[in-house]
Design a protein around this ligand. Structure first.
Ligand code: ADP
Ligand code: MG
Length: 350
């Protein structure tokens, strides 16, 4: 946990993992004084609410095989305890199966209270005074407006990734984002950024079958996967390696940004920063954009979970792709094709 936006990222991913369709976030003083996130997800029963604050407690790994195919956004069971150790945190939650909810209060990692609570359902987590007990880290926080803009950008991009869900972000003075569910990604872009931006974006949609499985090398999890695909008589069952899918938007060359901050890449629903994919995108714009400027990109990559290892970086913003060059070239070619198609259409019109 480095800053308010990283707290929001963890809590937002937990809400989405919990099946929420409505996520509301409140922020005071750029998130330093207060962060609150409320969702309509599955909620937790009392025992799980307490367990959630134990390190490495996660409800998301059901069997060993799951490690190989992590479909949910979180799985390390570290976020809640880390956040609770550097703030004053209140969790309110109710599972649908329960008639009464639970309230847990933790301050600086110490359990202060755990009680029954009348609660409508879902989960609400309030984080006050982030880093109150870690002055060294508090010192590194930026101006309130900067922290708020990081949060706004994060929530906006999760809203773009999930057009079917309701997102709201409020600061003490205004409604930063109010995004009720819409039909699809372009409706969401229109809703959030307006017509002018949508007009300058090109939709991208591409699919490519994988030729093989990018099994982890050489032993360990790979051996497991091999075993499961081999029958008793030693005959290999044909296991389809699946496919790569890309969709989203890339900007026309007339949009020129001075940095990479408008390039957003989601891998299987998770916002990530990946050098390889960024490189592939910039390769696609070579000779289309001058080398010192950058496009606006909103790219959603979907790949079989066995093809991507998300357990590389604690904040899960990095991934390791099993077939790096295949994914790189797929992204480069899909983006390039979208740009070319739009350019040739423009040439016909003018
Ligand atoms: P992880 O997401 O890696 O499992 P976390 O520390 O983020 O670990 O969360 C611990 C556990 O708490 C989760 O596995 C989940 O069972 C539960 N949890 C956290 N947030 C929510 C939520 N918003 N709704 C329901 N359950 C939640
Ligand atoms: Mg989590």
């Amino acid at each position: 946990v480095e800053r308010p936006a990283s707290v929001i990222k963890e809590l937002l991913e937990n809400s989405l993992d919990a099946g929420a369709t409505d996520v509301r976030i409140e922020v005071e003083a750029g998130g330093r004084r207060l962060l609150r996130i409320s969702d309509d997800g599955c909620g937790m029963i009392r025992d799980d609410a307490l367990l959630a604050f134990e390190r490495h407690a996660t409800s998301k790994l059901v069997s060993v095989d799951d490690l190989e195919a992590i479909a949910t956004l979180g799985f390390r069971g570290e976020a809640l305890p880390s956040i609770a150790s550097v703030s004053r945190l209140v969790l309110e939650t109710r599972a649908r199966s329960e008639s009464v909810g639970t309230r847990v209060e933790i301050s600086g990692g110490k359990l202060l209270d755990c009680n029954e609570l009348a609660f409508p359902g879902g989960t609400s987590i309030t984080v006050r005074d982030l880093f109150y007990n870690v002055p060294a880290r508090k010192k590194f926080l930026k101006a309130e407006s900067t922290e708020l803009s990081h949060i706004a950008s994060l929530v906006t991009h999760y809203a773009l990734a999930h057009p079917d869900k309701h997102f709201e972000l409020h600061s003490s003075t205004n409604a930063v984002l109010v995004a009720p569910p819409v039909a699809g990604h372009s409706e969401r872009v229109y809703q959030v950024f307006g017509k002018e931006v949508l007009d300058r974006l090109i939709p991208i949609a591409a699919v490519q079958p994988l030729e093989r499985l990018g099994l982890p090398q050489p032993r360990g999890a790979g051996a497991l996967a091999r075993e499961s695909s081999e029958r008793d008589d030693g005959v290999e069952e044909s296991r389809s390696p699946g496919e790569l899918r890309a969709h989203g938007f890339v900007s026309k060359p007339e949009i020129q940004k001075l940095n990479r901050n408008s390039i957003y890449v989601f891998v299987n629903g998770r916002l990530i920063r990946d050098r390889l994919i960024q490189h592939a995108i910039l390769e696609a714009y070579r000779n289309i954009l001058p080398p010192t400027v950058y496009p606006v990109v909103l790219l959603f990559l979907e790949l079989p979970t066995a093809e991507v290892d998300v357990n590389v970086h604690p904040s899960k913003t990095e991934v390791r792709l099993r077939q790096q060059s295949v994914v790189h070239d797929f992204v480069r070619d899909s983006v390039r094709a979208a740009l070319m198609k739009s350019a040739s259409r423009a040439a016909i019109y003018y």
